[in-house]
Design a protein around this ligand. Structure first.
Ligand SMILES: [Zn+2]
Ligand SMILES: [Zn+2]
Length: 236
């Protein structure tokens, strides 16, 4: 199998939800599920896991990039389904609980999330394993925690040195018709964004995999991320 930047590595699967992707990482040690979609995405998640023939006992970890509702929507259900520990940055617990005190334009994000929680009967869950920057996780050949605050304070990417791939979470969105940084209402700490973007850009990656995309080409996502930086005030 070639290793061109367009390469989608073995053992990596994506389950498409309404707004975002959930990723499933499989190796001979078991299954890791990364993020969980909106609460209304549960049937999509269940169907995706069924198609991959994943049983609850196969799952060794539930890994979370951040606690926005389109990522943590089925966290409690996944935990009750498989019992695997929840890994996330501790600063995401208030987001998961729905108690984060948004300020400025991001208050709109809080209002939208609150409406979604009420509408879909959202249930929170507790983080079992708090993550810190540069933690090395024994998943999928090794994943390094890359703390990338700004979108939320505990927003994390995960870097696979083996595949030279960064799961870049919500640092940017990359659709065939549009690539963009998140709008202002989705920045909890906008002053931290530039440093996080530069950190992601400095990794020795050949590909990025965001959470909001519609094509599977990590090299092209990275290329478009760099084009976005050149066109933005975050240029390094
Ligand atoms: Zn987000
Ligand atoms: Zn998102």
């Amino acid at each position: 199998m070639n290793k061109t930047p367009a390469h989608w590595p073995g053992g990596l699967y994506a389950i498409r939800c309404v707004m975002s992707m959930c990723h499933v990482l499989i190796d001979d040690q078991g299954v890791v599920i990364m993020d969980s979609g909106l609460p209304c995405d549960r049937w999509l998640l269940q169907r995706g896991l069924r198609r991959l023939n994943i049983k609850p006992a196969d799952v060794r970890a539930l890994l979370f990039t951040h606690g926005h509702l389109d990522h943590a929507g089925n966290l409690a259900w996944l935990k009750s389904w498989c019992g695997a520990p929840i890994y996330a940055h501790p600063l995401e617990q208030p987001h998961i609980d729905g108690t984060f005190a948004y300020t400025g334009p991001a208050r709109w994000c809080g209002r939208l999330e609150q409406a979604g929680r009420t509408l879909f009967g959202y249930a929170p869950a507790k983080i079992d394993v708090p993550l810190t920057d540069n933690d090395e996780l024994p998943f999928w050949g090794g994943l390094r925690v890359i703390h990338l605050p700004g979108h939320t304070d505990g927003h994390c990417g995960f870097y696979s040195a083996q595949h030279r791939l960064l799961f870049s979470a919500d640092m940017f969105a990359s659709y065939w018709f549009n690539v963009h940084l998140p709008p202002a209402i989705l920045y909890s700490s906008p002053e931290k964004i530039a440093v996080s973007i530069q950190r992601a850009d400095s990794l020795d990656a050949v590909g990025f995999i965001p959470n909001h995309y519609d094509f599977r080409n990590p090299g092209l996502h990275l290329q478009r991320f760099r084009q976005l930086l050149r066109a933005s005030r975050f240029e390094t």
